[in-house]
Ligand binder design. Structure first.
Ligand SMILES: Nc1ncnc2c1ncn2[C@@H]1O[C@H](COP(=O)(O)OP(=O)(O)OP(=O)(O)O)[C@@H](O)[C@H]1O
Ligand SMILES: [Mg+2]
Length: 262
């Protein structure tokens, strides 16, 4: 049974896509069957896997609007065990068009249910918003991972996200759970960010913050600019090593979850 994980944070530029892409590649390299769903009109996860958007025959947009089956849009990536449901800027239109659809918030869930058992893990890269697409994602997933940059306003955004998660859990997805916060783009030389990390670790149960911390590392950006996950671009870089460890930590949490569910 596939486990569905959303990478969410309504704050922009915190490393959601970088985390989704590199964890997907890491899990694939570990032998897990992975589907990554690009659920952001920016289509960065699609580009991050080196996919040229102009050649796509179907994308998340058609699938979410019920015009195509997910199997028609999912394509392999060049990387081991990873397939992708790609996105382009057309996904913007879904945000408006879904407003007139009765089951508007459940569209992605319906799509995911059709495919999730073909994979060990499905990772959804979300857009930076808490609008209709983001709500669709929260209703579709079992667990959320929240990448976070240690900046002074990080906690304010987190409070807002937690409120939305609570509401979705109460009304539409009772099994939704928080898997953890992952600190991204960390520069350990910055005392302020060390303090913020410490405060967040104190205010959350320890198993809700990932042990692995992702350092700021230029190799990660370089890898993205050539459309390669970091473990294929430079496995031995600090970023490559960190994302490999994060993928292992996530898989361990998935295993725990399976055990609990029997
Ligand atoms: N560990 C890292 N080291 C250096 N640069 C990084 C790292 N992680 C992410 N970046 C860079 O930070 C920028 C934002 O990252 P990313 O696109 O993953 O964030 P995002 O949360 O998905 O953004 P958006 O909200 O726009 O979707 C990108 O330019 C990316 O290359
Ligand atoms: Mg992104």
């Amino acid at each position: 049974m596939g486990i569905v994980i959303g990478v969410v944070n309504q704050k922009g530029g915190v490393g959601k896509t970088t985390t989704a892409v590199n964890v997907a590649a890491g899990l694939g390299a570990m032998g897990k069957k992975v589907l990554i769903v690009d659920f952001d009109p920016q289509g960065n996860a699609t580009t991050g896997f080196g996919i040229k958007k102009k050649y796509l025959e179907a994308t998340t947009y058609e699938v979410i609007m019920g015009e195509k089956r997910p199997q028609e849009a999912i394509i392999p990536t060049r990387y081991k065990n990873v397939k992708i449901l790609p996105a382009t800027s057309q996904l913007c239109e879904a945000e408006l068009q879904l407003a007139d659809v009765e089951q508007r918030n459940h569209q992605l869930r319906k799509v995911i249910l059709q495919v999730k058992d073909d994979y060990d893990i499905v990772i959804i890269d979300c857009l930076p918003s808490l609008g209709i697409l983001a709500i669709n994602a929260l209703i579709a997933v079992d667990r959320i991972i929240v990448p976070m940059v240690c900046e002074p306003f990080a906690l304010e955004g987190l409070a807002q996200l937690m409120q939305t998660v609570k509401k979705v859990k109460r009304t539409s997805n009772k099994d939704l759970k928080f898997m953890g916060i992952v600190f991204t783009m960390v520069d350990k030389r910055l005392l302020a960010s060390n303090e913020i990390m410490r405060d967040i670790r104190k205010s959350f149960e320890s198993d809700l913050v990932f042990q692995t911390v992702i350092p700021r590392n230029v190799r990660v950006t370089e890898a993205q600019s050539v459309g390669e996950p970091i473990i294929y671009y430079d496995k031995n870089s600090k970023g490559g090593d960190a994302y490999e460890r994060l993928a292992k930590e996530i898989w361990a949490k998935c295993r725990e979850m399976e055990k609990k569910n029997g």
